[in-house]
Design a protein around this ligand. Structure first.
Ligand SMILES: Cc1cc2nc3c(=O)[nH]c(=O)nc-3n(C[C@H](O)[C@H](O)[C@H](O)COP(=O)(O)OP(=O)(O)OC[C@H]3O[C@@H](n4cnc5c(N)ncnc54)[C@H](O)[C@@H]3O)c2cc1C
Length: 393
């Protein structure tokens, strides 16, 4: 269905590199404008990251999509595209395809029919374009006012190019850094890539905690993240940690395992109300048993016999856990949902997604130095930037 022999192919007005979230959106818009459009993808199936997104349910957008949920050297860059494509636009698009959605937390929208239905709808909408799968792009060159797109199946030409080749994380499903190579070859600056929305490796907690998930607060500079933390056999993960990894890296992290209470006050009052209970047993009222035991650090006394100084020590052990920036070791690109870094946005127009260094060269999606928070913000960025690029390329 998608394979067209390159030898029989015409020249295109617009060629899009990457049939992912951004590329297929751009293809829909560009072909609707009457542009002869092709989307090239290295994989055997389109939008493979969308297909596995949100645990198979695709967290498609978030009502809170705004500048403050995006990170990079120049996060203001998102404003233009976000003002053109709102979360409501995405929900209307879903309704248009009879795709039911649900909210996991308020404003966080998932596709109740599953992520593959989203992929099918994207492909359906892009059917005005030729979608060429198993087509690996090796590079893009300029030849007068045309581009030559070099692929494993031969060269193609087009008047404009949209680079929508995504990030390099989660390589098991097939990724490449061609977008960065192309951008660099046209003089664009690349912000170094690192994993984000991922777990970190950390030795400070006992490995017996693995599998426990608790609500925590992570403070990074002036910012505070309240969400669940999952202890793993190598460190910590879960939504709170994922969200922390997308933030800037100038500050140490401060983790509070019991964020909603004043621990000192609580244990002092337990001395009066629960005096005959063991310290560990009191701590277990608000913490999983293994963490309570760790916090008690072998003290086998009734709470009535615990002095203020010990209470303060326990409190800070639970609520002021410092992870120095220098010790933050991301668990690896292979399992990260996204990357931080990519093509610097300073030399791209936020109104059109066109390169300021090369006319008719456009960018869309994660390949740019824009990283969204956990919760549907990255797909929203892909839809919004793909839409804008498709309107202008
Ligand atoms: C496990 C997982 C779960 C996620 N869940 C969510 C979620 O629920 N909500 C959310 O908002 N975000 C989620 N994300 C992030 C989101 O999927 C990405 O940010 C988004 O897909 C990026 O869109 P994109 O179009 O820029 O890139 P992609 O969707 O990655 O598409 C890029 C395309 O380019 C193609 N390509 C790359 N190199 C070449 C080449 N050399 N030649 C030809 N084609 C090439 C790739 O094959 C790919 O199809 C998740 C990511 C992962 C890994």
């Amino acid at each position: 269905m998608f394979l067209i022999k390159i030898s029989t192919m015409k020249t295109y007005d617009t060629i899009i590199i990457g049939a992912g979230a951004a590329g297929l959106t751009a293809a829909r818009i560009a072909s609707a404008r009457g542009r002869r459009t092709a989307v090239l993808d290295m994989g055997a199936a389109p939008a493979r990251k969308v297909a596995i997104s949100g645990g198979g349910r695709c967290n498609i957008t978030n009502a809170a999509a705004a500048r403050d949920r995006y990170f990079g050297e120049n996060p203001d860059f998102v404003r233009g595209a976000l003002s053109r494509v709102s979360p409501n636009d995405i929900l209307e698009w879903m309704q248009g395809h009879n795709l039911p959605y649900i909210q996991k937390t308020p404003g966080q929208y998932f596709c109740a029919a599953g992520a593959q239905s989203v992929v099918d709808a994207l492909v359906h909408d892009a059917n005005g374009a030729d979608i060429l799968l198993n087509t690996y792009v090796d590079g893009v060159k300029q030849d007068g006012n045309k581009f030559i797109i070099e692929t494993n199946r031969g060269n193609l030409t087009s008047q404009s190019v949209i680079v929508a080749s995504g990030g390099t994380s989660f390589d098991a499903i097939g990724v490449s850094d061609i977008g960065l190579t192309i951008a660099k070859s046209f003089g664009h600056k690349i912000i170094p890539v690192r994993p984000a929305l991922c777990a970190i490796e950390l030795k400070i907690f006992p490995t017996e905690f693995a599998g426990i998930s608790i609500p925590v607060e992570i403070r990074i500079g002036k910012n505070s993240i309240s969400d669940n933390l999952l202890f793993t056999h190598f460190g910590i993960g879960g939504p709170a940690v994922y969200r922390a990894t997308v933030r800037n890296t100038e500050n140490d992290w401060a983790i509070n395992l019991l964020p909603d209470i004043d621990i000192v006050e609580w244990l002092r009052s337990a001395r009066k109300t629960d005096g005959r209970r063991k310290l560990t047993s009191v701590l277990s009222q608000k913490l999983p048993g293994r963490i309570a035991k760790w916090a008690a650090a072998g003290i086998d006394k009734n709470i009535a016999d615990i002095n203020d100084s010990t209470i303060r020590t326990i409190s800070s052990k639970l609520s002021s856990i410092t992870v120095p920036v220098k010790d933050i070791k991301y668990h690896g690109l292979q399992s990260a949902e996204i990357i931080r870094g990519g093509v610097a946005t300073n030399d791209i127009s936020s109104k059109t997604m066109e390169s300021k260094l090369c006319q008719n060269l456009f960018f869309a999606g994660e390949v740019m130095d824009i990283a969204g928070d956990l919760g549907g913000f990255n797909l929203h960025w892909a839809w919004a930037s793909g839409f804008v690029a498709g309107q202008n390329a």
